[in-house]
Every structure is written in structure tokens, then in C-alpha cells.
Design a protein around this ligand. Sequence first.
Ligand SMILES: [Zn+2]
Length: 277
Amino acid sequence: MSSKLLNVVAIIAHPDDLSFFCSGTLAKWAEQGHNIYAICVTSGNVGTLRTDLTMKQVADMREKELRAANDILGVKETLILGYPDGGFINAPELREKLIYYVRKYKADRVVTFDPWVAYEVHPDHLVVGRMAAEAAAFAAFPLLYSEQMKQNVKPYACSEVWFMGLLGHPPNCFVDIFSTLEKKVEAALKFEATLTLLARLFAPDIDPTKVTSEDLKTLSKHADTLLRFMASTIGEKVKLNAAEAFFVQKTLPGHFDNFQQIMMEMLGNPSAPPEIC
Ligand SMILES: [Zn+2]
């Protein structure tokens, strides 16, 4: 990363979305002095298997968890747009809002889901990734949503989109997160609702609809192991002890700057080897 201080905006669908795929990287960038902002598009109000909570209670709980986690990671400002969780996002309206925030935060780098991946069943991840990528590429056009200029923002050319959690394209960028792995694990374990969702994976004996505090301790231990295993397995690929992987695209107004990559891949040539960035 260059020595210039950057404005990084992580745009996610649900409060826990940062934890597994990019929180070590965000914490590292925050330690380097870059400005990290997080925009969570939905309130996450259905994200639990517990049956003793209302949607409002789930949203309140997950907001607290997100803010506590982002404090650990060094996120400067966390914004929750409050769309309902589970496939109810109005995409054009979201794009307009995200263009406003790319302009407001002068986002040099947007981190989000890859909306072009295979086997992604969650509609919120797809819509948020797509609208975040569009916002990064379109915030530079002065005639687009020009009424926003009355709200004290200017067109801004975001330079890069970092896609996380990939299954579509092999990563082209690995970030060494050895120095922030502890923060990543500590932050991820704040998300009680996520731990209950993972119960079937970790501990099939635990009833995820009625999780006790003892169960939570067990689930936390399993999640801790999984997070460290993921970081070391991804790191191994590029001879690092712990890493997170991304597919980074540089942006031009209205496009990604990937003409060379398109040509290489179209002709069946291997893509350039991944970088440690
Ligand atoms: Zn999610």
C-alpha cells in the first residue's frame, strides 16, 4: 500500500459480514493510519435461529455487536442503512445512496462482496456487492445524481474495488494479517447471532433455537479455531502465516480497468500471479 493515507469504505449487507473475510485487513489498514468506514446496508433483523426474540430485538443486538467489533478493528465510523434483512433491498435506491457515501467519504477503496460469484444464495450479498461496485465506478460522473451536490458533496473517482469472500475468480491479492489476527478473532466472536447460525456446523448437539451461555462458550471456541484455520490456510498459498484474499479491480469512470486481464484470460493465458498487497 502506498504511503498516502486512504479512505476505505467497507460496504456490507449484514452486521457480521466483515468478520470472516476482511476484518484482519481493515484492522491492519486502520493501524497504518488509513481512514476506515463501514456501511452496513441491512439491520440484519432476521439473522438468528433463536425463537425468543423479535426482529427489533435482533436488529438492536446485532447493531451493538457490529459497533463493538468495529471498535476493536479501528473503524472510524459505522453507518447502518437499516434495510430489512433477507432480500428486500431496493437496488437503484441503494446505488444512489452508496454513490452519495462514496462522494461524502471520498472513498479511494471500496471493500465488498463479489456479486459475480457462483453458489451465492443470499440475495443481500449479491445486491450489495453489485451496487457497491457500481457506486465505486459511477460516483465520478458529475451529471449523475447531480442534486447530491447541494448536500455538500462532489463527484469522486474511487480507485479500487476489493472483492472479498470469493468463489468466482481466483484472488489476485493476499494481505498478510498475522499482526491483526488477534483483533480479527476478538471482533468476530462478538457476533452471538452468527455463532448460533454456525451451531449446526460446529456442534450439532447444540439446539440453535435455545442457546445457553455455556453453549456460546463452546461455539466461540469452535469459531476461534475456524477463523485461525482459514487465515493460515489462505496464508499457506502465498507462504504467509495468516492472510485474507481478495480480487481487486481498479476502476475507471463507468468501468473496471481490466482490459489487459480480459485479453489474457480470453486468450486462455494464465492470469498474473497474485500479489502480496
Ligand atoms: Zn451476510
